[in-house]
Design a binder for this molecule. Structure first.
Ligand code: FA5
Length: 344
């Protein structure tokens, strides 16, 4: 009597726990059923204790039944656990699937520095207008940087372009204008040239002044060149760079190598003309110096000023980039900060 009751209870427990294991929705739920049925304090353990109360002849049969139930439940547990693991693996394989036929990512592409980009655009423009692109040394002779440009040793214009002198008497060029001299020496007129490059000055640094910056020089020598020609090329240049209306201001400027000389300012793009640190609260940013080539400069390079004349300009490429992109501090351009550079 007792035997068949126990028998029934064990079978009912097995059926119930198996069914719950099979329908468990998570590993946690499955584990909870296992602990309840098979754990040290679980129902089967409870039955084992009760077996002690059975008559010895009944005990063997009940023992077998309990073992069979335990084994069946352990198998059901393992089966369900395995199915959870398989589902988890399948989900992972699904999520982490990669198409091996796709081309490999390769190295991350870099980009050209914004100064290089603008330099190349201006070079292309001037090449299309019949100019050649020249290069000159960054370590210059005093003669090419100053004397040949009508700036003798005792001339006050040297003070505005203080630079870094080398022990051999050479210097880090303060502007791209020495390339004018090299161009005239080598090619003779008629001559149309631009010369981009890095220049250096012993300068106190602020939002719009660097000790190392970029300029592009331009020169045209021909017959009857006038200020009108100069203005035409400056307007074409600014239109190409900004592709919108730019307010410019031309004012007299002194450079010993041109006569007459001008400075061309553009209305500050950072503040729209109302005043900021970049334009030193004037609303205007100086972009370039220009003028008609001083006859002394032509003569020094062996060109007859009675026959030839020309214009020259020297544009601050670094400041031009600042205006084009609205960069508020010139120091960012040489900082090497990738967060800044990746924007271009
Ligand atoms: C010159 O360097 C002359 N060689 C320009 C020139 C060429 C005049 C041919 C006439 C004929 P200036 O020192 O003004 O001039 O500099 C030219 C431009 O370089 C300035 O208009 C400005 O845009 C830029 N510049 C000058 N100093 C700095 C600086 N410290 N940091 C950044 N840009 C500068």
């Amino acid at each position: 009597m007792f035997d068949s009751m126990l028998d029934e209870q064990i079978r009912a427990l097995q059926a119930d726990a198996c069914a719950r294991m099979e329908s468990a929705k998570s590993l946690e739920e499955l584990e909870a059923v296992r602990v309840e049925a098979l754990g040290r304090k679980g129902v089967l353990a409870q039955f084992s204790k009760e077996m002690g109360k059975l008559a010895p002849e009944e005990r063997a049969g009940a023992g077998k039944l309990l073992n069979a139930a335990k084994q069946a439940l352990e198998e059901a547990f393992e089966r369900r656990k395995h199915s959870f693991e398989e589902a988890k693996l399948a989900a992972r394989l699904d999520a982490e699937w990669v198409d091996l036929t796709l081309p490999a990512a390769g190295p991350r592409p870099g980009s050209l520095h914004p100064i290089t980009q603008i330099q190349m655009e201006i070079e292309d423009l001037f090449v299309s207008l019949g100019f050649m692109v020249l290069d000159g040394p960054e370590v210059e002779t005093e003669y090419h940087n100053f004397d040949a440009l009508n700036i003798p040793r005792d001339h006050p214009a040297r003070d505005t372009q203080d630079t870094f002198w080398l022990t051999d008497g050479n210097l880090l060029r303060t502007h791209t204008s020495p390339v004018q001299v090299r161009g005239m020496e080598r090619f003779k007129p008629p001559l149309r040239m631009v010369a981009p490059g890095r220049v250096f000055r012993n300068e106190s640094i602020d939002a719009s002044h660097e000790h190392t910056f970029y300029q592009i020089e331009g020169m045209m020598i021909d017959h009857d060149v006038s200020v009108a020609h100069l203005l035409y090329f400056m307007q074409t240049l600014l239109h190409e760079v900004f592709r919108r209306d730019v307010k410019v201001r031309l004012r007299p400027g002194f450079f010993p190598f041109v006569e007459p000389g001008f400075e061309l300012d553009i209305q500050c793009f950072i503040c729209g003309g109302s005043g900021c640190a970049v334009c030193k609260h004037s609303g205007w940013v100086e972009q370039l110096g220009c003028g008609l080539v001083n006859p002394n400069v032509l003569r020094t390079s062996g060109i007859d000023p009675e026959e030839w004349n020309g214009f020259a300009f020297g544009l601050g490429l670094t400041r031009l980039v600042m205006m084009r992109y609205g960069i508020e501090d010139i120091r960012l351009l040489q900082s090497g900060d990738l967060r800044f550079l990746q924007q271009f």
